[in-house]
Write a protein that binds this ligand. Structure first.
Ligand code: ZN
Length: 295
């Protein structure tokens, strides 16, 4: 199973997160049938959200929403502290020719727009506090740079972010995915920051070492070079949605007797698609009759 680790370096002035998300992104791509370019965009966003969600245990839910003017239209990823993430892109068919260096032209399908981070607390307890929403303009569209720009400008945390998705032409399409997020807290030594930036600049591609079997710890070693660090926490991560047939039935019940009666007579059933995971729930005429009885 995919793993995420959380660590510190330089007496806690540097916070580190890294994750291998190959299976997580494989599941997202399988569910949404995204083009390679859209898969890279979605995979990077899912991974970045998991990394950003690591340090936010007090919050129950973190959503990254990218409103994009490019062909992809938008990207949404939602994560909870238990390592679950779910998400989608508005247009899974968005595509653009690869760049000259062979890389996916993610910024070509994202374009301009706004990068939002929404933090909600206590939503599952029915506690409705106002969500915290931070936003910055999309500065790169390559996703990793946008996470870094958001952290620096909206949360005043200078950061280095690397996100990568490596694809192949046959199933399961995703051969490697993962990311690293390094956050410089107040008091971080300028010299160490420069060292990390330099190491990252010269590091091999994340996805090539993930493809060779690297663990999250190896990604941190790659990013930190000689700087020692401590791992504080390790957890499993996965693509998992919280939708279910029961929830679909509850949703239909909440529409009221008249509306459900209408569905039964006109549509002879109901079909519901979950936008987050593309799961489809079909309710038969009998299901609808049962719902009406229970209302
Ligand atoms: Zn779902």
């Amino acid at each position: 199973m995919d793993k995420l680790i959380h660590g510190i370096a330089a007496d806690g002035t540097i916070r580190l997160m890294s994750a291998i998300t190959t299976q997580t992104v494989t599941e997202a791509v399988r569910r949404h049938q995204t083009t390679p370019t859209a898969s890279a965009a979605l995979g990077r966003t899912l991974t970045g959200s998991l990394l950003l969600g690591t340090s936010l245990k007090d919050f129950d839910r973190l959503t990254v929403r990218i409103d994009a003017k490019g062909d992809i239209g938008g990207i949404v990823a939602e994560t909870t502290p238990n390592g679950r993430v779910r998400g989608y892109v508005r247009n899974p068919n968005a595509t653009s020719p690869n760049k000259n260096n062979g890389k996916f032209d993610v910024s070509g399908i994202v374009g301009e727009g706004t990068f939002y981070v929404i933090r909600e607390s206590g939503f599952d307890l029915g506690l409705h506090r106002d969500p915290y929403v931070g936003s910055v303009p999309i500065v790169s569209g390559e996703i990793a740079e946008d996470f870094a720009y958001y952290l620096a400008n909206s949360e005043q945390i200078p950061s280095a972010v690397m996100l990568g998705v490596l694809l192949q032409n046959s199933e399961p399409y995703v051969s490697a995915s993962g990311g690293v997020m390094i956050q410089m807290m107040p008091g971080a030594n300028e010299h160490i920051i420069t060292m990390i930036e330099d190491t990252i600049r010269h590091a091999p591609h994340l996805t090539s070492i993930i493809n060779e079997g690297a663990a999250p710890q190896d990604l941190l070693e790659l990013a930190l070079g000689e700087i020692p660090f401590d791992v504080l926490e390790e957890k499993e991560v996965e693509f998992k949605c919280n939708c279910s047939r029961e929830r679909a039935i509850t949703l239909v019940s909440s529409l009221g007797k008249e509306e459900v009666q209408d569905m039964l007579e006109k549509d002879k059933g109901a079909v519901m698609d979950c936008g987050f995971c593309n799961e489809q729930y079909r309710l038969s005429e009998d299901d609808l009759r049962e719902i009406i009885e229970e209302i």
